[in-house]
Design a protein around this ligand. Structure first.
Ligand code: F6P
Length: 340
C-alpha cells in the first residue's frame, strides 16, 4: 500500500515518534510512505518526501516534527479541496494519515466525507480533543509546567511575593489543572470557569498568612467573571483562532495592587511544547502510529485512533471533532480543595 502522512497545527512532543512508528510498521508490511511537508500546505503544493527507515532513525526522543507543520486551512483557500484531491491522486495513495488537533482533523473529516481514505491521529498538548482520554504531548507539557512551579515555589517564598504562572490552554484548562495539582498551586484558573478576582485575592492573602508565598497557575484562555479574554494581538489564524497571552501579567498587576505584596508573572509559552517527549508520550505516540497503519490495512476510513483507558481504539473523526473535551466541574472541584 502507499500511505501518506502529515503533521498539522501546533507542534507537540511525540509527533516524530508517530512518524517513526508509521514508517517502521508500514515498511515491515512492504508498504511505501510519503510525508507531506508543513501540514495541509504540503498537500496543497504537492511538497512531498518519501520516508524510509533511514529517514526515521533517531526520531523517537526528538521534539517537534521533522515533516514541519503549519496552520494552513485548505478549505479557506479557493480551489483548496480540489488541489488536495489532485495531489493525493497523483501519489496514488491508498490512505492518508493526518496527525493533528481539532483543526487538522476537521479537514481530515471533510476529506473522508468526500470519499478519500483517511485515518487520523490525535495530537495536542492541550488534551482537549474529544474521543480520546489522552493525547500525546500533554504529559510532557504538564511535566515542564510542574517543574517550573516547583522552582517558582522556592524563589517566591524567598522574596515573599506572588508568582503567577501562565500556561497554554486556549479553551481547556487541562494543563493548568494537572500542573497546578502536581505542583501544589495556591489557585488554578481555567477557561471553563471564569474566576472571581476577590476569591483569588483571598486565597493569596491566606497563603501569605501561613508563611508561604502564593503560586497562581492560569491558563492563557482564562478570564475574570466580569472581564474579557486577554489577547496578544487582534489577529486570527486560518481557522479563526485569536492569539492569546497576557492574562498572567494582567493578573499579577491586579494581585500586587490588591494584596499589597509584590507579584511577578512567568509565561511558560512554547517551552511547554518544545523538546523531548516524556516516556508516556513516546509510548502513546508509538501505539497511535502502529494502530493507524493497522486501521489503514483494515480498510478503515473517517476514523481516528484514540486511547480509552489503556486500550487504543478507533472512533469516528467527526464524533471526536464535534466538541472539545473541557475540564468537567467535578475535576476542577478536586483542585479547589487545595486552594489557599
Ligand atoms: O493548540 C495548541 C496551542 O499550544 C494552544 O494552547 C495555544 O494557544 C496555541 O497552540 C499557540 O499557538 P502558536 O504556536 O501558533 O502561537
Amino acid at each position: 500500500m502507499r500511505i501518506g502522512i502529515l503533521t498539522g497545527g501546533g507542534d507537540c512532543p511525540g509527533l516524530n515518534a508517530v512518524i517513526r512508528a508509521v514508517v517502521r510498521s508500514a515498511m515491515s508490511n512492504g508498504d511505501e510512505v510519503v510525508g507531506f511537508r508543513d501540514g495541509w500546505r504540503g498537500v496543497l503544493d504537492d511538497d512531498a518526501v518519501p520516508l524510509d527507515l533511514a529517514s526515521v532513525r533517531g526520531l523517537l526522543p526528538r521534539g517537534g516534527t521533522v515533516l514541519g507543520t503549519s496552520r494552513t486551512n485548505p478549505y479557506a483557500i479557493e480551489g483548496g479541496a480540489e488541489r488536495l484531491v489532485a495531489t493525493l491522486e497523483r501519489h496514488r495513495l491508498d490512505a492518508l494519515v493526518p496527525v493533528g488537533g481539532e483543526d487538522t482533523l476537521g479537514v481530515a473529516a471533510k476529506l473522508a466525507g468526500e470519499g478519500l481514505r483517511v485515518v487520523g491521529v490525535p495530537k495536542t498538548i492541550d488534551n482537549d480533543l474529544d474521543g480520546t482520554d489522552y493525547t500525546f504531548g500533554f504529559d510532557t507539557a504538564v511535566g515542564v509546567a510542574m517543574e517550573a512551579i516547583d522552582r517558582l515555589h522556592t524563589t517566591g517564598d524567598s522574596h515573599h511575593r506572588t508568582l503567577v504562572v501562565e500556561v497554554m490552554g486556549r479553551h481547556a484548562g487541562w494543563i493548568a489543572l494537572h500542573a497546578g495539582m502536581a505542583g501544589g498551586a495556591t489557585v488554578v484558573l481555567v477557561p471553563e470557569r471564569p474566576f472571581d478576582v476577590e476569591a483569588v485575592v483571598g486565597h493569596c492573602l491566606h497563603r501569605f498568612e501561613s508563611g508561604y508565598s502564593p503560586i497562581v497557575v492560569v491558563s492563557e484562555g482564562a478570564r475574570p467573571a466580569d472581564g474579557a479574554l486577554v489577547t496578544a494581538s487582534g489577529q486570527t489564524d486560518a481557522f479563526g483562532h485569536v492569539r492569546l497571552g497576557g492574562i498572567g501579567a494582567a493578573l499579577a498587576a491586579l494581585l500586587e495592587e490588591r494584596t499589597g505584596r509584590e507579584a511577578r508573572a512567568v509565561v511558560l509559552g512554547h517551552v511547554q511544547r518544545g523538546g523531548t517527549p516524556s516516556a508516556f508520550d513516546r509510548v502513546l505516540a508509538t501505539r497511535f502510529g502502529l494502530a493507524a497503519v493497522d486501521a489503514v490495512h483494515e480498510g478503515q476510513t473517517g476514523v481516528m485512533v484514540a486511547l480509552r483507558g489503556t486500550d487504543v481504539v478507533l472512533v469516528p473523526i467527526a464524533e471526536a471533532t464535534a466538541h472539545l473535551k473541557l475540564v468537567p466541574l467535578e475535576r476542577y472541584a478536586e483542585a479547589e480543595v487545595f486552594f489557599g
